[in-house]
Design a protein around this ligand. Structure first.
Ligand SMILES: [Zn+2]
Length: 230
C-alpha cells in the first residue's frame, strides 16, 4: 500500500463517480479505465504504465468507501512508443474474421490483395477537438476462408500488414510503392525514375492521405486501361 491518504473531498469526488456508474459501465479516468462489475466492485480494464501511482490512489479511495477492485488481468500500456506499437501488433495478430462461422486470423489472410476504398468526406474530430470533415478510407481485406471482405481502419491494417504494405496503394491500373529516403537516393543514383504523389495519382485517382507528398515508384498493372483512356 502507499502512504497517500484521501481527503474528504477526494472521497466525495470518488463517490460521485461511482454513483454515476451503472453495473457494466466503464469509468474512463484518463490513464485508467475501470468497469463496474458488481454492487461494490470495479475491474481495472486498462491503464498506462506510468499510472501505477494514480491507480494505487484509486485503490486506497475505493477501500475507504468499502469498494473492491479486481486488477489482475488489466492491460498495461507501455509508456515507450516502440513497446506500445509492439503490444498493439501483438493484439492485432489475434484479430479474427468478423464472420461468426469463420475462425480465420486476419493476419493469415492475403494482405497483399487488400483493396483501398475511398469513403469520401466524413465528419471527424481535429487534433484541437473541433469538428471538421476529413477524407475517410477503409482497407478491405479478403478473408482467405470465407471470402468475406473485412473492412479495416487503415491504421489497424498497418498493425497486421506492416509498413511496406501500408505504404503500397494499388488500383486495377496502377501500384504505387512509397520509397524511404534511402531507397529514393538509390533509385535516383541508378538513373531510375519515380513519382512524387500529390492528392491525385497519374490517372487522376484519389491517393490515401498518408501517401500524399511521398516519393514512390509506379508500376502499371494494366496497359489496356491506359490505352482506353487515350
Ligand atoms: Zn472469414
Amino acid at each position: 500500500m502507499i502512504a497517500w491518504q484521501p481527503t474528504d473531498t477526494d472521497l466525495a469526488w470518488t463517490r460521485t463517480q461511482l454513483d454515476a456508474l451503472g453495473v457494466g459501465e466503464v469509468w474512463d479516468a484518463g490513464e485508467m479505465k475501470y468497469q463496474r462489475t458488481g454492487e461494490a466492485e470495479l475491474t481495472l480494464l486498462t491503464r498506462t504504465e506510468r499510472a501505477t501511482e494514480a491507480h494505487a490512489r484509486v485503490l486506497v479511495a475505493l477501500e475507504a468507501l468499502e469498494w473492491g477492485c479486481v486488477d489482475d488481468d488489466a492491460i498495461v500500456t507501455p509508456d515507450d512508443p516502440v513497446e506500445q506499437l509492439q503490444q498493439a501488433q501483438e493484439f492485432a495478430r489475434e484479430w479474427r474474421c468478423p464472420n461468426e462461422e469463420c475462425e480465420t486470423l486476419l493476419v493469415d489472410c492475403d494482405l497483399d490483395a487488400a483493396a483501398w476504398v475511398n469513403m469520401g468526406m466524413q465528419p471527424a474530430i481535429a487534433l484541437d477537438g473541433s469538428e471538421m470533415e476529413a477524407e475517410r478510407w477503409l482497407v478491405d481485406v479478403p478473408c482467405s476462408s470465407c471470402a468475406t471482405p473485412v473492412p479495416m481502419n487503415p491504421l489497424d491494417y498497418a498493425l497486421i500488414a506492416g509498413d511496406d504494405l501500408f505504404h503500397t496503394f494499388s488500383t486495377p491500373e496502377m501500384t504505387y510503392r512509397v520509397l524511404s529516403r534511402e531507397q529514393t537516393i538509390a533509385l535516383i543514383d541508378e538513373g531510375g525514375e519515380g513519382f512524387a504523389l500529390g492528392s491525385r495519382g497519374i490517372n487522376g485517382e484519389a491517393i490515401p492521405p498518408h501517401m500524399q507528398g511521398a516519393f514512390c515508384t509506379v508500376e502499371v498493372e494494366s496497359e489496356t486501361s491506359l490505352l482506353e483512356e487515350e
